[in-house]
Design a binder for this molecule. Structure first.
Ligand code: NAI
Ligand code: MG
Length: 482
């Protein structure tokens, strides 16, 4: 699905960043009533723009606009809704370069990832769900009667709160299925990465989407809490920390709002002695260093079979020595900036805990730029299951290595976590892949690959990783009254 561009270095001149941005309500940009905040480039700490803060009054206006638009949008034939969503998908492709540069500037991720992975997947999600808009009656949720009272009905206004690690992709995961099913949305992007959501608002205008179908409210946790608590919101979708997920579940409890939560993870990436070493090394690197490890399904625990530990770790360290850390806009960069000072502090703290628990820390020689937030690719060996770096989400470029002897031990260790979002298995033996996949308590199990995403396949977790599924047919169900 990768786009091919001319190999010129990406320039920030392809984006026109305004000095300040308002809220997007009822199809127009409007002032926020709260104190504006700034969003910065985490690779340079330079200010990118001032962003409006939505208060609960502003959120109320956005929800009212969404409610009013729901009448219009849900009454459109699916084929008409599809036209708008297809149009959005095509504009995303046309403006892909702009979106990718803006995403890398605001988030810190390497341009190669925003350009070749995130933005193409964003367009793919809109294309995929546009295709469902006029086929919902065939999605297996029952047919809609002429009075509209049974079968697959939209829920109403969806309040969506997303994190900073994949700002535009999480927006697509949330908005595309909601619109396809006939819902309207009020979305709150993360406070460190609001810019691509605001560019998406312009894309909605460009696509002539009816006013109020998509509303974007910016701000921090308080704004998110106002969206979640609003009495006229029918569906809440959240991706972020388990801690905030718990708060949201409590707010929604006892109301008739539908809720999906996509929370953290501590995935095991399991390498058996018969795995192709070079391939496994690539999968380990992609599993934990993709997007600086700011990935909920990151392969943050490497479980390696004891007999190949030395060989695999030597190959992994050699490979890590070739990774380039630096300017996110340089197409040769493998590891970009950590998204915020807070996240960097958390990664440092967890790594120091790893040291004090007795694990051994290793990083390749790596010059960190003076300005900005950076953390070198890091591997901890000698990690025990009881160590906090084996149990808690670090959400950074830090790999914890554990070993196992038998497949049963691998399963036991992999499942010994409060989370259950994803896992990876590396082996040449097909029967072992199936045996492992049956036993791993994880929403996604990748075999001889990692961090592969596709709009047609459902994504979501067990246990503290949340509930509900996004993507594929299952992703429609989250936005329908079935
Ligand atoms: P967070 O969960 O605080 O933020 C995610 C989103 O929720 C943001 O838009 C934020 O403004 C909003 N939010 C915060 N408090 C809220 C509330 N009370 N009600 C409604 N919305 C609220 O995550 P944060 O602080 O950025 O990161 C903390 C840790 O969470 C990370 O270190 C990482 O371990 C984990 N995390 C996991 C993510 C995932 O994809 N599973 C994404 C982001 C963070
Ligand atoms: Mg930023």
């Amino acid at each position: 699905m990768a786009f091919e561009y001319a190999p010129a270095p990406e320039s920030r001149d392809v984006v026109d960043i305004k000095p300040s941005y308002g809220l997007f309500i009822n199809g127009e940009f409007a002032e926020g009533s709260g104190t504006p905040f700034k969003t910065i480039n985490p690779a340079s700490e330079e200010k990118l723009a001032e962003i409006a803060t939505a208060t609960s009054d502003d959120v109320d206006r956005a929800v009212q606009a969404a409610r009013k638009a729901f009448g219009v949008w849900s009454a459109l034939p699916g084929s008409e809704r599809a036209k708008y969503i297809f149009r959005i998908a095509r504009i995303i492709q046309e403006r892909a370069r702009e979106l990718a540069v803006l995403e890398s500037l605001d988030n810190g991720k390497p341009i190669r990832e925003s350009r070749d992975v995130d933005v193409p997947l964003v367009a793919a999600h809109f294309f995929y769900y546009a295709g469902w808009a006029d086929k919902l009656e065939h999605a297996g949720f029952g047919r809609r009667t002429t009075d509209g009272h049974s079968g697959a009905k939209p829920l109403g206004v969806a309040g969506q709160v997303i994190p900073w690690n994949f700002p535009l992709l999480m927006l697509a995961w949330k908005i595309a299925p909601a619109l396809a099913c006939g819902n309207t949305v009020v979305l709150k992007p993360a406070e460190t990465t609001p810019l691509t959501a605001l560019l998406f608002a312009e894309i909605c205008q460009q696509a002539d989407l009816p006013p109020g179908v998509v509303n974007i409210v910016t701000g921090a946790g308080e704004t998110g809490a106002a969206v979640v608590a609003h009495p006229d919101v029918n569906k809440v979708a959240f991706t972020g920390s388990t801690e905030v997920g718990r708060i949201i579940a409590r707010t929604v409890a006892g109301t008739d709002k539908k809720l999906t939560l996509e929370l953290g993870g501590k995935a095991a990436n399991i390498v058996f002695e018969d795995a192709a070493v070079d391939q496994a090394v690539e999968g380990i690197v992609n599993g934990i260093f993709f997007n600086q490890g700011h990935v909920c399904c990151a392969g943050s625990r490497l479980l390696v079979q004891e007999s190949v530990q030395d060989e695999l770790l030597a190959a992994l360290k050699r490979r890590l020595g070739t990774l380039r850390l630096g300017d996110p806009l340089d197409k040769n960069t493998d590891i970009g900036a950590i998204n915020s000072a807070e996240q960097l502090a958390k990664i440092r703290e967890m790594s120091e805990i790893g040291d004090s628990e007795g694990a051994e820390r290793w990083s390749p020689p790596c010059d960190l730029p003076e300005k900005g937030f950076w953390f070198p690719p890091t591997v901890f060996t000698g990690v025990a299951q009881s160590h906090r770096i084996a149990r808690e989400e670090i959400f950074g470029p830090v790999l914890s290595v554990l070993t196992f002897r038998t497949p049963a031990e691998a399963v036991e260790k992999a499942n010994n976590t409060p989370y259950g979002l994803s896992a990876g298995v590396w082996t040449e033996k097909g029967s072992r892949i199936l045996w492992m996949a049956d036993r791993l308590r994880a929403g996604v199990v990748w075999a001889n690959t990692f961090n592969k995403f596709d709009p047609t396949s459902p994504f979501g977790g067990y246990k503290e990783s949340g509930y509900g599924r996004e993507g594929g047919l299952a992703g429609l169900e989250a936005y329908l009254d079935v």
